[in-house]
Write a protein that binds this ligand. Structure first.
Ligand code: 0CH
Ligand code: SF4
Length: 315
């Protein structure tokens, strides 16, 4: 006789508007120009998505240098340094930028502050493609990176009175608030967005995790190990008191022994994780428990982004 288990399913979870658009861009580019279409970096950080597009004719590379000049190339949702489209134009390549419009908005913010003579502080993760892309909008030395509250004490701006901050879009809302507070304490004149640049999707997914955390014995976040927003959901779950919170790429990754005897489990998915993997995880629980699914919806999303015009026009 299987034991009863309540599975709290967070909503919103999974694909955001930027991911949806980026995947559509690759699919439409293959339809328009035929295979192969090159993609610089994983279009979004999910192996399942990448493998699916590869099967349709996408070729994933890390650098533009790895693409032949006579095939179209797409830039990933995370954004690229300015040097990348510049180089593609120099090589006379056909390129489509799948950078999420909410990441591009941060690029524009950085540019505007720079034109107003301000040096930038970026709150983000070193080496992450979005951080590299956003910092790469401005000349070297114009963007100082901070990852933690402790980093704030270590930066040496040219003129502390002429500073602005920007952030990665997929950070922890609470950790970022602490870093912003530290920046404002050390540099009272610093200018920034109203709160930070964390996007609606990141914010909503974290809120939904906070809502289910008090009800559950364990939290599973479906997402990839290189997915910033997915990893943040695990941290948010732990910070909200969930003793066991794990990132899993799909059902096969679930460590049933570590989960132990459960009465209630929480399931969510990062912005780059497809719903088919959520269903796979739910089915894996159904195979072991008598599951009741309880949807906990903390927000409704209706954001949609159009694909670039070049893909809406006939070939
Ligand atoms: O969360 P990150 O930025 O690592 O990226 P992802 O997992 O591919 O999710 C989509 C977000 C893309 C840029 O904001
Ligand atoms: Fe855009 Fe936010 Fe999705 Fe990133 S997580 S692609 S910024 S909507």
């Amino acid at each position: 006789m299987p034991t009863d288990l309540t599975l709290y399913l967070a909503a919103p979870r999974g694909f955001c508007a930027g991911v949806d658009r980026a995947i559509k861009i690759v699919e439409m580019a293959i339809e328009k120009w035929g295979a192969p279409v090159y993609v610089r970096h994983e279009i979004v950080h999910n192996k399942f998505v990448v493998d699916g597009l590869r099967a349709k004719g996408a070729v994933f590379v890390e650098e533009l240098d790895d693409c032949p000049a006579d095939r179209p190339v797409i830039f990933s949702a995370h954004g690229v340094p300015k040097s990348v489209p510049a180089e593609a134009a120099r090589r006379e390549m056909v390129f489509v930028d799948a950078t999420c419009p909410l990441v591009s908005k941060v690029h524009i913010e950085a540019e505007r502050h720079h034109q107003n003579g301000l040096q930038m502080v970026m709150i983000g993760h070193a080496g992450h493609p979005e951080t590299l892309g956003t910092m790469g909008q401005l000349p070297q030395g114009e963007v100082l990176l901070v990852e933690t509250v402790a980093d704030v004490a270590g930066i040496a701006p040219r003129d502390p009175a002429k500073l602005a901050f920007i952030t990665q879009t997929t950070l922890s809302v609470d950790d970022t608030a602490d870093i912003v507070a530290a920046l404002k304490a050390r540099f009272p004149a610093i200018i920034g967005p109203h709160k930070e640049d964390i996007c609606y999707a990141t914010t909503n997914r974290q809120e939904a995790v906070k809502a289910i955390a008090p009800k559950i014995d364990a939290l599973l976040v479906i997402g990839a190990p290189n997915s910033s927003n997915s990893k943040r959901l695990v941290e948010v779950g732990r910070a909200a008191g969930c003793g066991y919170a794990q990132l899993v790429q799909r059902a096969d990754d679930i460590d049933w022994r570590a989960l132990g005897a459960l009465k209630a489990v929480g399931v969510t998915a990062g912005a780059s994780a497809p719903e088919v993997l959520v269903n796979e995880v739910i089915d894996a629980f159904r195979a072991r428990f008598d599951v009741t699914v309880d949807l906990v919806e903390t927000a409704r999303e209706n954001v949609e982004f159009k694909v670039p015009r070049v893909l809406r026009e006939p070939a």
